[in-house]
Ligand binder design. Sequence first.
Ligand code: 26Q
Length: 828
Amino acid sequence: EWKQHIEPKKNDIESIKKDIVSHTLETLCRNPYNLDKMAVYQATAHAVRDRLLEDWNLTQEAIHQQNPKRCYYLSMEFLIGRALDNALHCLEVKDAYKQSVKDLGFSLEDLLEQERDAALGNGGLGRLAACYMDAAATLDYPTWGYGLRYQYGIFKQIINNEGYQTEVPDYWLNADGNPWEFPRSDIKYEVQFYGYVATKVNEKGESRMSWEGGDKVQAMAYDVPIPGYDTKGCGNIRLWSAKSLKTFDFASFNDGDYDRSVADQKNAENLTSVLYPNDNHNVGKELRLKQEYFFVSASLQDIIYRFKHTNAAWKEFPDKVAVQLNDTHPTLAIPELQRILVDIEGLEWDDAWDIVTRVFAFTNHTVLPEALECWSVPMMEKILPRHMQIVYDINLFFLQKFEKVFQNDRGLLNRVSIIEESNPQQVRMAYLAVVGSHTVNGVAALHSELIKTELFSEFIKYYGPEKFINITNGITPRRWLYQANPALRELITETLGSKKWVTHLDELKNLKKYAEDKSFQKKWIDVKLQNKTRLADWIKTHLDISVDPHALFDIQVKRIHEYKRQFMNILSVIYRYKNIQLLSAEERKELTPRVVIFGGKSAPGYYIAKMVIKLITTVAQVVNNDDSIDNLLKVVYIPDYNVSLAEIIVPASDISQHISTAGTEASGTSNMKFVLNGGLILGTVDGANIEIRDEIGEENIFMFGTLSDKVADIRHHQKYHGVPMDPNLQVVLHAIQAGEFGGFETASVFGPLINTLTYGGDYYLISADFEQYLDAHDKVDALFKDKTTWAKKSILCTAGMGFFSADRATREYADKIWNLKPFTIEKK
Ligand code: 26Q
């Protein structure tokens, strides 16, 4: 009966207009004679989402029927960005919608700007999760994402009048509502905290532990559809929101205690209020631990509910379910599944552990010690008493086996123990993730080697090297080229004669034969100029700074972190500025004008990172207002860098900088985005820069700096013998200290920042790398004058990027880790 009433949406402009109008009148209850852009955006979003939902329903039905093995991607962060433009591109209906909206008296580009970013992530890790969901949907993998529905995403960054970062909450679920999520009021689970552990006898007469008492909150599901490209398949991310189980407390209300009556509700809902704004930094906060368990518990209950629906036996669970842990943040899923299997389902410990270790796999994203998650044992005992016992048992059985192989080495046992014997004791989540997973992967070749030789070296001795693999990160070509760079998309499609490259990015290699073709180069250069003009216009409109699109655009946008060395970048900008001041008129003619663009957020409590922002904005003030330098240099800080801004910034680079101290940046993914869009890289021999070099050719990338295997020695030397200060760097530091940027008062503010280089031992090797860095800049300047060679290299950049598609990466996960096949569904 239901099926015969399902009417697929039509693709013609008249039908689309009807859809938009009916949503305006009926969904929004708005009067067509009094409409603003927000209302029309909402109506348009609803119209597009209806189409997505057809695919969504079809997909879920197909997966249900075929009942294949499924994969669940557990991530505390999904940095999705905007949905409307992406959906229009994936459904290939953008032109039709543009026309429809135009007929109705609006501009589609204006409407797209109304949408708030879904910014439920900090940076690379969260954006990677979003790219993988795009690829999984496009490739028809039965993969779901699980995450948290934070009410506040990553904060909005404002640069105040003094040039400091200030933070404003990101209340993205504003009064207008979010058309891209579906509340599932029927999908709710209870999640427990605190309480105690008791012993109980189960139905089979066996004695089992039971976690009882404590507080309970409710997790409710919200589904976010993820469109695939060129498929009728549509993916899903299920986000959990915390709700109180207790309803309004009438007793206290009637007593006049209004606060108490809502307190429980508020407390519970606080759980999913806010995303922790720390990128690559561990904070051992109680609320964070609760978020992690809440997330894991709800997701596992949902996964198990779905599995049980098929009436399969527990031993089949690993054949039907793969769970990928996006860093250690969801690692509590390991003891949680063990608890469910042993305490609740009554399995024997060893049988349960066999299932657990065949289900989970773990992706590591960092080797930075300060980023590794550790939880204090007393805190975990209080909040998750049964899990703490299980972690102890997991550790005990692991160490017992370990000891059989390596006898009488207490030091070694201490080093691999999941429990760190500090005061208080700590649970090392990365070790728990290693022990509880069948496969551990790093995110770029160098990084995957480093985790084998450093972070997890002792585990290799026991498990052997096969458990530790590399899957180099990838990015989705849909958002990061097809959608973000229409001019280049059209040129590539026209040149290659088809759109096959959008789902088979290796096809880009066929651009190589045009690299030296003069007329193609001209078109290529013109596309880049259009994109630089688009960014220059944005900068003029929003920041009132004029930049020349013909200048070299040199961009570094990413989270502000000492290891990423934005400090080194701005110090080199000062060097350049002072150098320009010394040049004669003749010499100035030879110099390439540059626009140096920065963007990125600092964690709110990261003092040194905030000082770096202050230094950049201070230098920008001075440089941009100095008429004596003939516009040879501009410095721009783009506030509130986010996914939507990246879509404008990434296509506009001539050079982008990825200059982390070697061995510190696990992969980086914006490096891939810039190169895919024909930007050259100025980078260190770190992360995925290395593989990008190998793919595009070393003649097409500017690389410099200490190699990772030399870093430790230099640090050691500097710690005990002081930092040899690079002479050019010395000059720059003197200029800052002399008050050339913002006067003496401001100069004193930069004291602690400068100290990191001197007394601080220059941990990130800015002085050691400075000379090579300046040399690399000189090479960039020289090459930019040769437009033909530059264009050729730029073309070869894009042409060589096929490997870095998220499609390739997702396939590798499916083949090497998940043992997952695509399900069957019509192509569009
Ligand atoms: C941990 C504990 C408590 C609170 C927050 C955190 C936390 C949150 C986010 C720790 C780390 C992160 C994010 C890490 C991250 O984004 N890593 C990046 O991952 C990218 C994708 O693999 C890589 O390309 C980057 O090199 C890596 O820095």
